[in-house]
Design a protein. Structure first.
Length: 138
């Protein structure tokens, strides 16, 4: 809840600022609101966002997502989070745009980082086993 809840705002409705040297990132609304949240996300859309850092419209969520440890979550675990979020009240709160530009957002180092963090294919259980063993290297 901490990352997606601004002080004094509704839980999971976004708006929390993350000030960085090159601007600020703002957390997004992850309530089930169909206009301003993730209410129109299919299961696959949600999996892509959490595990691969790709929004429903295909845009990358870099640099905020994918959060390193989320890339190794099983599909079942990620979809359990989605089910929980969809069980909560939907909050209509438009997302605030980020400010500034992100160094390296489109360069090869970002692509390399994604390839190291995101397991190949759809076998999330294998990804979790690799993470546990500590054998994945780039």
């Amino acid at each position: 809840m901490v990352c997606h809840t601004a002080p004094g705002s509704a839980e999971y409705a976004g708006g929390l600022a993350f000030p960085l040297p090159f601007g600020s990132l703002y957390s997004t609304n992850i309530t089930a609101d169909k206009d301003t949240g993730i209410g129109n996300y299919s299961d696959q859309d949600f999996l892509n966002a959490v595990q691969r850092g790709i929004r429903k419209d295909g845009a990358r969520l870099y640099p905020a997502m994918p959060y390193t440890s989320y890339t190794f979550m099983t599909n079942a675990d990620v979809l359990a989070i989605k089910a929980y979020l969809f069980s909560l009240p939907a909050v209509h709160r438009p997302n605030q745009g980020d400010t500034g530009g992100y160094p390296g957002a489109g360069d090869l180092s970002a692509q390399h980082s994604r390839s190291c963090l995101i397991p190949a294919g759809n076998d999330r259980d294998a990804g979790a086993r690799v993470a546990e063993s500590g054998r994945r290297s780039c």
